[in-house]
Design a protein. Sequence first.
Length: 216
Amino acid sequence: MTNCCPLVSARVKRWFGTATACALLSALQPAQAWILTVTPGAKTIYLQVGTGSYTGGNYNAGGTPANNATINKVSVTVAAPVVGTGAAQAMTSDSGTSASFYDGFAVCNPPAQVYVGGWARLPAGSGTAVLTVTSPANLTSGVNTIPFSQISWTSTANGNTTPDVAAGTFNGGTVTLANIAAGTWVEDCHTFTYANTAIWPAGTYTGRATYSLSLP
């Protein structure tokens, strides 16, 4: 990592676009977002949604990314008296991931939040990776359906209230969440909500959203 100060209880942040000398950090303007850097190397991208894996420790200790086949779920059970009333329902996840593999910082607060992050690397020069999420039109329970657009999310992280990964709503298509410059690690936590604006037949409705990171 390229931060000029050792990490203790907080990370170096972007101060109106400029990270300056350590002695000045506490006197500058309010923080806007993390600056997490990745050193140049072989063309590589890494994406983590919920549970992920790193081997050999965190990135700042020399660790390297590993594959993880876990597919996490977010869910909610809507109590009968409030079904279809428009009272939004908070969803929870089966992911217990709170810490970033960048440096072990506790970024998220599970089960209410889901970690979403990734990085891009090139040997030299500039480039941009694009993070997206794609959903089908509907959640399904047998022949019954609920529009996937009933689910939305906010985006934040502990100590970083300006999202680097966008908030939004599933739309039955593809939503762009972030443009990640090569040499940069971006991460946030998504908090999902079910809108609950109509009454549909009783059932357990399921669907899968797919997150993708691409670097041309």
